[in-house]
Design a protein around this ligand. Sequence first.
Ligand code: NOJ
Length: 539
Amino acid sequence: MTYQLYIRSFADGNGDGLGDVAGIRQRLPYLAALGVDAIWVNPWYPSPQADGGYDVSDYRDIEPAFGTLDEAQAMIDEAHALGLKVILDIVPNHTSDEHAWFVAALAAGPGSPERARYLFRPGKGPDGALPPNDWKAVFGGPAWERVTEPDGTPGEWYLHLFDPKQPDLDWENPEVRGEFLDILRFWFDRGADGFRIDVAHGLVKDPAMPDLGDDEEHLLGTPDRADHPHWDLPGVHDIYREWRVLADSYDPPKLFVAEAWVSSPERLAAYLRPDELHTAFDFDFVRAAWDAAELRATATSSLAAHDRVGAPVMWTLSNHDITRHVSRLGRPQSQRSADPLHGDNGETDVELGRRRARAALLLELALPGGVYLYQGEELGLEEVEDLPEELLQDPTWERSGHVERGRDGCRVPLPWAPDGPSLGFGDAAPWLPQPASWAAVSAASQEGDPTSMLALYREALRLRRDLPGLGAGTGADVTWLDLGDDVVAFRREPGVACLVNCGSTPVPLPAGTVLLSSVPLDLSASAELPADTAVWLAV
Ligand code: NOJ
């Protein structure tokens, strides 16, 4: 059970409106009390912050706005003292354009070893004025940017699958490979227990760089063709085999979790073969509608694919790139847009979304495998959909020509208290404004309320640790039960059943003792599971 910390928005320890390492250190006891086993910290390295820290200018230091290397070391040590593992975030697909390597590449000119670390190509057309191919950037616009050569003439183009401030590295270059092994070692030696790998499916590109046709790129998109020239190429696996050897050279071994948006559970499982990565986020619940058949099919296929390679599924409902699941689940499920992760598919009913989110938590925690929680989901936070346009910071907003608002709505700073300039986030106004309604769902407001979302998370995590029938396991440990079309139901041994009613009417509860329910159940009248709720039963 790992808790994701989006550092800019978790807690502000130095009163500048931006989250930081000091804020994390203050809140570590809260995380330990929540019952998580590990934390994953989004990139905390020096960065111009063109993409929330995923544009790294120095992989071996800490962004000054977040703290110092010494503070980071103290945080790692303090987390360990509380029994929490620490997962950091490595960004190997691209650096910042302000990284020393890219600055040197621009200065050194075409054909230089400095340029060979990135993907520079001559342009097409007369004078090379057209991009080398038609690839598009995930954040909008072409994936190529033309540079001005040191002599002042218009020159080569460089590839950036994301923002122009994020030039892609050339992973065919042994120097790049060596550098990243060294960076991993740097943090492993400082106590990091593992790494989340950013865009793990994107590092290798087809050297022929063929045109793609009309394909649109989406940040969380899934390549819908087997021969895609820059997503999920076979060559990425060689890189992770090397990384695995490094991880295994430590005692205890270090761990990886991949962010890989691929087209099927089988393609994902390929990253998890025994000599590659240990784990990868499973985004299939993120893509699934609140529908019993869909959820069950999703769980079944993910478990089967992972079982074939002997790896645990890492269930995920939200992260810093995705519309918060309270909002996704609180929208009409029948009219989902082409992009279910961000699409605008009708009014959000936050209360309905919270009710379903409570049930979804019991579902994912009852399945075999691990779970990643995104900060604030334990408070039941919804997507903030009405941030003023002038405050939007996600590069998607500018690059899409103000068509797509981007991901700021799931990155609003956490409310820790019901009052103050930032609802307890820090001493100053936060970098993105919080809705006034969040005063009522702040961590302090929920403290002591046994019906709160926070209480449900704590109790569910406690039970999951204590009950041998929950937590680790494989698909073989799940016996699916048939309780009607609207119910996801399964049993695990010894003697735990999980039932999720995704329908709009109550369903009868089978015999058993309630261990935990997503809403208080009144069993005196009739033993029923209400709509949009879940229960764990001892059976
Ligand atoms: C995935 C990260 O989660 C996202 O926030 C980032 O924008 C892209 N990778 C590019 O690094």
